[in-house]
Design a binder for this molecule. Structure first.
Ligand SMILES: Nc1nc2c(c(=O)[nH]1)N[C@H]1C(S)=C(S)[C@@H](COP(=O)(O)O)O[C@H]1N2
Ligand SMILES: [Mo]
Length: 505
């Protein structure tokens, strides 16, 4: 067997580059994200200690990320070459490169915010391309080398195949970029959008109780929970969006985006909840939403007395039926165009979504909304209600402990407890905590601009050395105290008191 290395290195590198090309093209066409290589760069940044990142940025300026991506590409090239050389020895040795690398890629795409199954595809497609081509090219080398007389012929064939693979890889990457350009352009449109009447505002100062570790009263867009059933997020240019309002109305209406934003803008702090939120869970957030009140729109259209709900449909075909009363009473139920003073992020429903204070998202908060049909519950059911969830979804009173975290060790003596509580449409009257089944103590409450947001709470209690359990319960302004009865999220929201264990030392 000849020991010439270059053909093996070339085979490995070509197969690897082809895999990178198909992986890049898949990411461009099917997702709104960058390629898995960029995901790996972001993971590296996340795992690198802050001071190191800062000094890298200060040395490299704005080029820190391109530099890191270039380093990762060089490492990949070396690994592709290594896999090629390993194939010279045995068929299985390249597995030692393929699988760890695929594993790193998978972890990197899956830890991205709001990652779903579609984000795995670029890694999978890239791996399959790489492994298939790698095997084909190195098989050809094995065959050629076992017949030395044919070497020059085999060599020519090999070089031709190598050339074709390189051209095809570049072609696939460029095509992916072009096909994906349309959906990517939406992010540019979104960033450039200035919506009249949308303002950015700090939360009122008194909303914070000033205890470190509690969820901030205003949830930043990039930390807001994400729930939807879509595989690839809809990407809709504002000028391509329209909303049809029809059904049991005297006259129907179709609104364009510019029709919508020309109307009176309402801005309101509203907490959004998922019915699947477990007691103590994080599927809840509070933001300042800007949009057009649905009650005003419907009032102009003459809603029939028979109607009791509005069936909402999103661009991706998701539906929900919302009680008409919640859309026509005095609450700020709106077609929202902005979240915390910025155009809605794509994953939160750009360009328009519905927000209804006091109802769980699954019956009200349609992202990418395109159709509102005024109807009756007898006639209309939504995506989750046909799957056994309750037709009406008022948000239940709830409270959560954010500090200390479960399992924390704190110094014995005065210990600060804090968290959030909410009872939308009603408001929170009091929050109490109890350590080890002892007395309930009332917490101090932060301020709130309306009954539709959560409230921060904090209290300091003396705690002796040892292991402890702390529980929390809230009471609404209607005098209703949160029930201790534990119920699952299915079919209409969890109940029970949040409790955590901690030790004082
Ligand atoms: N188009 C669409 N809208 C949707 C959903 C969905 O699956 N598809 N899920 C709903 C649910 S269950 C919730 S809790 C909220 C979550 O909104 P967020 O992802 O902006 O936090 O969106 C609602 N709107
Ligand atoms: Mo939800």
């Amino acid at each position: 067997m000849t020991t010439r290395r270059p053909p093996w290195v070339l085979a490995g590198v070509l197969a690897g580059l082809a895999g990178l090309a198909t992986s890049y093209a898949t990411a461009m066409v099917l997702t709104i994200r960058e390629s898995p290589v960029v995901a790996v760069a972001e993971l590296v940044i996340r795992l690198t200690p802050g001071p190191v990142v800062e000094s890298a940025i200060s040395i490299l300026g704005l080029f820190d990320k391109p530099f890191l991506v270039a380093v990762i590409l060089l490492v990949l090239l070396a690994l592709f070459a290594l896999a090629g050389m390993l194939a010279r020895r045995s068929w299985w040795a390249p597995l030692l490169v393929w699988f760890p690398l695929a594993g790193v890629g998978l972890v990197a795409v899956l830890v991205q915010r709001g990652a779903g199954p579609v984000d795995v595809l670029p890694v999978a497609v890239g791996l399959v391309t790489w492994v298939t081509l790698h095997s084909a090219l190195t098989d050809a080398l094995h065959r050629g080398l076992s017949r030395p007389d044919l070497e020059s012929h085999e060599r020519r064939v090999f070089l031709v195949v190598a050339g074709v693979v390189s051209v095809a890889a570049v072609g696939i990457a460029v095509a992916g970029r072009l096909v994906g350009a349309g959906r990517r352009h939406v992010e540019v449109s979104r960033r450039l959008l200035r919506i009249p009447g949308v303002t950015r505002r700090q939360p009122p100062a008194d909303t914070s109780v000033g205890l470190e570790g509690i969820a901030p009263w205003q949830t930043p867009n990039e930390d807001f929970y994400l729930i939807d059933t879509t595989i690839a997020k809809p990407t809709i240019e504002p000028e391509d969006w329209s909303l049809r309002i029809h059904g049991l109305v005297e006259r129907e209406l179709t609104l364009s985006y510019s029709d919508l934003v020309r109307r009176q803008m309402t801005e309101s702090w509203i907490t959004l909840n998922c019915v699947s939120n477990e007691v103590g869970g994080g599927l809840v957030g509070n933001a300042r939403w800007s949009g057009v009140r649905i009650a005003d729109l419907l009032a102009d259209l003459g809603v029939s007395d028979e109607a009791d709900c509005v069936l909402q449909t999103s661009h991706d075909g998701w539906t929900c039926a919302t009680p008409l009363a919640a859309l026509t009473d005095d609450r700020d139920a709106m077609l929202a165009v902005a979240m915390n003073g910025r155009p809605l992020p794509i994953e939160h429903g750009f360009p328009v979504r519905t927000i209804v204070p006091g109802l769980y998202g699954y019956v009200s908060a349609t992202k990418w909304v395109v159709d509102l049909r005024v109807s009756t519950f007898a006639e209309s059911t939504g995506y989750w209600t046909t799957r056994g969830w309750s037709a009406e979804g008022p948000v239940k009173i709830a409270s959560r402990i954010d500090v200390p975290r479960g399992g924390d060790e704190v110094p014995a003596g005065p210990v600060s407890f804090g968290g959030v509580a909410w009872h939308q449409r009603t408001g929170i009257e009091s929050v109490e905590v109890q350590v080890d089944g002892g007395e309930w103590t009332a917490a101090e409450l932060g301020g709130v601009p309306s009954v539709d947001t959560w409230v921060q709470w904090a209290v300091t209690l003396d705690v002796a050395e040892g292991d402890h359990e702390v529980r929390v319960r809230a009471t609404g302004k209607d005098g209703e105290t949160q029930t201790s009865v534990v119920r699952a999220t299915d079919p209409d929201g969890a109940t029970g008191w949040h409790a955590i264990e901690f030790s004082a030392v």
